[in-house]
Design a protein around this ligand. Structure first.
Ligand SMILES: Cc1ncc(C[n+]2csc(CCOP(=O)(O)OP(=O)(O)O)c2C)c(N)n1
Ligand code: SF4
Length: 262
């Protein structure tokens, strides 16, 4: 770590939640993963749960790196398998608050089977998905969340496959808490993570997040700030929305809210 990085890491307001010796992190300027981690750190800061009772499990991808940067017991597992590791942790030690933080590709492509079955069994864990609509780390391939007509490195003429609507998938699989916010909605995202922490059962939070380097570049959406402006101007808060009706179309309205809390 350079001297400047050491100073920055030492003065970071969230330094007690971060492994500052790992800074600088790998995330690109304008990426929303850091904002999601900030919301997560704020959420656990505001709860009285001892940090040695909270753990984070991530799969593989840019988001998967979260496990390496949080100053908590954490597992950086294999691609798609964060939920099975988390399930094992929770079964072995039910006192732990277990968070899975991973990408949309990791959780819903290779890991999709694990997601639906953990929700179906109502495993008492919390899953936060950073959804940037693409495989960020590996060069921008199509994900199961890529909106129709969006361009990726494997759909250069635009995606023609229907994407998953993640809150609907979570609810219909059995999740007891389901929310979606964007990284523009930091306070609401933080509050949703606190609700998930206090909720017994399978909780799912989708954090819609900019990937300026791959998704935005392929679709000419500008830099991270442009995408945050888009979220600000095109998000509708509706906590009572029917999750069946809130699928995401390319560059259209994004319905956000705490949709399910049972
Ligand atoms: C078994 C296996 N298959 C494929 C890969 C390559 N791989 C690494 S990360 C990744 C996708 C990551 O996408 P996502 O989960 O959306 O995370 P992001 O990078 O966008 O945060 C893939 C396919 C791998 N590491 N292991
Ligand atoms: S490639 Fe995309 S998802 Fe990965 S760190 Fe860069 S901006 Fe974030």
């Amino acid at each position: 770590m350079t001297e400047t990085n050491t100073i920055l890491a030492d003065t970071h307001p969230m330094k007690s939640f971060l492994r500052t010796d790992r800074i600088p992190h790998i995330w690109c300027p304008g990426c929303g993963i850091g904002t999601t981690v900030n919301a997560f750190a704020n959420a656990i800061k505001s709860c009285s749960i001892p940090l040695d009772k909270i753990c984070v499990v991530s799969g593989i991808g840019c988001t998967g790196r979260v496990a390496g940067y949080v100053n908590l017991d954490s597992f950086h597992t294999t691609h798609g398998r964060a939920i099975p590791f988390a399930t094992g942790l929770k079964l072995a030690n039910p006192e732990l608050e277990v968070f899975v933080i991973s990408g949309d590709g990791d959780l819903f492509a290779i890991g999709g089977n694990h997601f639906i079955h953990a929700a179906r069994r109502n495993i008492n864990i919390n899953v936060i998905c950073v959804n940037n609509f693409i495989y960020g780390m590996t060069g921008g391939q199509l994900a199961p969340t890529t909106p129709i007509s969006a361009k990726t490195s494997t759909s250069p003429y635009g995606n023609s496959e229907n994407p998953f609507n993640l809150p609907f998938l979570a609810e219909s699989s059995g999740a007891t808490f389901v929310a979606r916010w964007t990284t523009y909605h930091v306070k609401q995202l933080t509050r949703a993570i606190i609700k998930a922490l206090n909720k017994k059962g399978f909780s799912f939070i989708e954090s819609i997040s900019p990937c300026p380097t791959v998704y935005a570049r392929k679709n000419r959406l500008g830099i991270g700030l442009d995408i945050m402006k888009f979220y600000k101007e095109n998000s509708t808060v509706n906590n009572k929305a029917n999750t069946r009706e809130i699928g995401i179309d390319f560059q259209k309205e994004i319905v956000v809210g705490d949709f399910v809390d049972i």
